[in-house]
Every structure is written in structure tokens, then in C-alpha cells.
Design a protein around this ligand. Sequence first.
Ligand code: ADE
Ligand code: ZN
Ligand code: ZN
Length: 302
Amino acid sequence: MAPPPHQRALLLFPLIFLLLLLLAPPRADAWGKEGHIMVCKIAEKYLSEKAAAAVQALLPESAGGELSTVCPWADEVRWHYHWSSPLHYANTPQVCNFKYSRDCHNSRGEKGMCVVGAINNYTEQLYSYGQKTSYNLTESLMFLAHFVGDVHQPLHVGYEEDEGGNTIIVHWYRRKTNLHHVWDVSIIDTAIKDFYNRSMDTMVEALKMNLTGGWSDDITHWENCKNKWATCANDYAIESIHYSCNYAYKDVEQDITLGDDYFFTRYPVVEKRLAQAGIRLALILNRIFDGDKADDRLLQVQ
Ligand code: ADE
Ligand code: ZN
Ligand code: ZN
């Protein structure tokens, strides 16, 4: 028997809601899962023996011994750990420079509550590895590995006004999405599909090859930063806002269609940022678990 009209309306409501949800452009969180996994697969290759052993000891059982499996975790808990949501990014007042004192805060103005502060904080926590500590160092490691990825996604240091490109609606070829999602996911997906036979692992291998070939001379530059006593996260954020201005936002306006021109000129930046994030994550973990602790203990939030 057919339900009476008022019940039919009630049944239709969730269906319409589901349809709207499917049609709405995605709201982006971070490099997509694939970006984070690739960053951590690169980092794993560059860990020292001691650092790899400490990482193994801290990983949860479910990781199967691989750091890369837990690198998207922070996005999965982002809405459950509500306080952690602003730790994925930092925004500027529509200027192409990043200043920690001006830009690193949450919406309530609490200082240090941004991706740079988070990297410094979780690095500092991990230095207590091997001592009696009240921190959950498994979570510290999973947050750190994720946020080092995020700070390298240029639009995770973007303009406040458009939420790092989240409110800029664009078409990626024929698909409606937003500029932030293009940088988190679409450019990577298109590359995996068109260049790497739909295999993320093949793309990771290509990035690793570049690191021992074309980029090998650059690695020492990537490892250094001006501030000897803090993590280099501040510098990574400065680089990201420059890439946002010069590549991500450049020549983009609401409702624009982005295709081959945008893809071929921006893809090299995405490749480089994934590789840099991987190398730098390994460097940070090597310093924490296998470094000259006397020097590195003097970490200071900038
Ligand atoms: N939400 C607001 N600004 C953001 C940004 N730059 N990146 C990711 N999510 C955001
Ligand atoms: Zn994130
Ligand atoms: Zn994102």
C-alpha cells in the first residue's frame, strides 16, 4: 500500500538531501589521501635505522608497520577532534607573505593554532620519546607526518577571504569543483591517470627517481632553513604562500574552466612539493630520533 502524502514527503526529504550532497562540489580537507600517502612513502625511504625503529615502535598495530598508512589519519579525525581543524592550514589577509605572529591562530585568535604551530608542537612532544611522558606519542607522530604534508600544499597557506581556494568554484576539465580541491586531489589524480597508468605506486617511484637524479643537488637546500633553532615549518609556509600567489591563484577567477594549460604549468609544482614534504619529514624524524639532541632540544616556537 502506498504511504499517505505527508509520509511520502518525509521519505523524499533524505533522498533530496543525498542528491544535493552528491551534486555539491567537494569541500577539501588536505592533500587527498593519495598525496599524504605519497609524502610518507618517500619519507620512509629516507629514515635512518634508528628513526625507522622508533617510528615502528610508535605506529599503531593497524598500520601494518608502514608509516604511510597512518598519514591521512588526521583528516579522518578532523571533525571529531574539533580543535584540530585549524591545525591543517594557515591563512594570510590576502597578502603573499606569511607572518607567524599575524597569521598563526585559530578563529578565536589563539596563537600557535595553525599548521606551523602544530608542526613545532608535535615535534617538541616527540622529543620526549624514550622518557616518561604524558603525551600520546603515537598521535603526535601521526599528526606530525600529516601536517608536514599539509604545509607543503600551497593552498594550505592561502588567503583567509577564500579559505585557501575552498570558495573559488572552478571546473576541472568538465567537472565542477573548487580551486582548493584541484590542488589537494585533482592535479594528482589526473597525473596518476594520464602519466602513471592509474598507479600511485608508479608515481611514487618516479618521484623517488627524480630525487636521486634531477633533484639530487637541490636536496641539501631543501633541508636547510634560516632559523637554526626552530623547525623549518615557518619557511615551508612562506614557500607555500609564494606558490599559492604565483601558481595556484594566478589567472584564476570564479567559474573559470581549468584544463591542459593549468595542469601542465602547475603539475611540476605539485610534484616538487610532494617530494620536498617527504624529504623534510624524514629529516625532522631523523633529527628527533637519531640527532644531536643537545642542539635540537632548543626548539622554539617562532
Ligand atoms: N579552511 C580555511 N582555510 C583553509 C585552508 N587554507 N586550507 C584548508 N582548509 C581551510
Ligand atoms: Zn590535513
Ligand atoms: Zn586541503
